[in-house]
Ligand binder design. Sequence first.
Ligand code: NOJ
Length: 544
Amino acid sequence: MQLTPDPSAVPSPPVAQQWWRDAVIYQVYVRSFADANGDGEGDLAGIRQRLPQLASLGVDAVWLTPFYVSPLADGGYDVADYRDVDPRFGTLADFDALLATAHDLGLRVIIDIVPNHTSAAHRWFREAVAAEPGAPARQRYMFRPGRGPNGDKPPNNWKSIFGGPAWTRLKRPDGTPEEWYLHLFDAEQPDLNWNNPEVRDEFDDVLRFWLDRGVDGFRIDVAHGMIKDPDLPDIAEGQAAGLLDGNTSLPYFDQDGVHEIYRRWRAICDSYPGQRAMVAEAWVEDARRVARYLRPDELHQAFNFEYLTAPWQAEKLRSVIDDSLSANSDVGAPTTWVLSNHDVTRHPTRFGGGATGARRSRAATLLMLALPGSAYLYQGEELGLPEVTDLPDEVLQDPTWQRSGGVERGRDGCRVPLPWEGTEPPFGFSPDGAQPWLPVPGEWRSLTRKAQQEEPDSTLRMYMAALRLRRELTGLGDGEMTWLEAPEHVLAFRRDPDVVCAVNLGEQAVELALTGDVVLSSAPVEQHGDTVVLPPDTAVWLRG
Ligand code: NOJ
């Protein structure tokens, strides 16, 4: 166990060389990216085969969602063995080969770490169930007696994020009910007790296991959840269990104690050569609270969920951008930007769907990629994929669907396998004849990567051009930005020395006095002398 930085720790590189500060990181949802073995689920070998396409897209790094041994009760965020690969996804040798290929292509790889809970199939939880109340095996999790004379009421009124109560009662094999255990998510995902030193030591070791294999960092699942208020107090009646709900005083989220864990993890990462970085998944309202995770001895980045959830509205976006930059700069951390991930409705659908959603999404991408800091892309957004909203009930796998009693359809619609090539579903996701785990819509024929590579105006080609320019133009990526005066519904800013980004979020075309050459736009724009006419829902980059 190592609590203070090792004196032999590798010294931090100068800020300008820290790769994560301006990296574009591509999220691979492993199950839905590419299926090499024909079982209908994506796998590590499939990812490895397709890595050259990610390198040519122009991203700097990939983030792999969990591929560990798991019953997949929550798509792999229910880990049964943190040190091995699920056979559906491959083997440790496949992981090593993927990592080596990525590194050869100049791509860094970060992996997901799931420390708030294990799977109920984890050895520890099985031992806990088999043990008596109060036994050490129980103390790795959050077991409590029930309330009421027979203990048949849960220990408190917390609700699962996926719906229903956050507590499940154990039964002995003869049916006798006994203690309850906490699960902020599915009942198959028991919460760990992070006040137990054994839990802390175990995760130190898990981090080292993957750092030793050469990963470039970690995405930390539910980074704001591991420490609970020790009194486990009830929440207010009617209070949402939810994450970014405007109320940060939930007794199970964003408790001060989590920061000690990250200081310890930072010391571990810093003791390895090669700039290992950690990003927090912390659905915490208020950029200043998020920035506390990014103090110099804690994590490197946090997802900017306030940005992700902001509406397509100039004033609101501007205030989120300002708040994020100011809160992060106070702690010396880069800001990140993100529009979609595997937990939210894809942004073309959020932004209105159809042609409007597609147009706004392209503009939103150019806005995001011109902002100072690092950006996260979710697989398929470079193809302009919309949410699939009409998946048949019987294929839905997100636990939210069951736990909400069929009210919330859940997140499967953003997890549909990617269309690669060809004219028939599943468009090269699986080898011919294999059925993917979720059906791929026939309408995606024109959205395959192959089709878009051949189409100069495609969304894919726009992403490739933007990522190439982001590398070529001085001023994009990390650094400062300066807002320029702009009419209502328009955002315009300069990235010194010579890049300007302007976005029209309104319904009318606007004429802007802007000098320089148009180097990229999300839709055709007209330039007359020093004036650019920006149609509705359009973004432009100029140089000069
Ligand atoms: C956040 C992950 O992104 C999500 O997919 C998962 O369901 C929860 N954490 C629980 O692990």
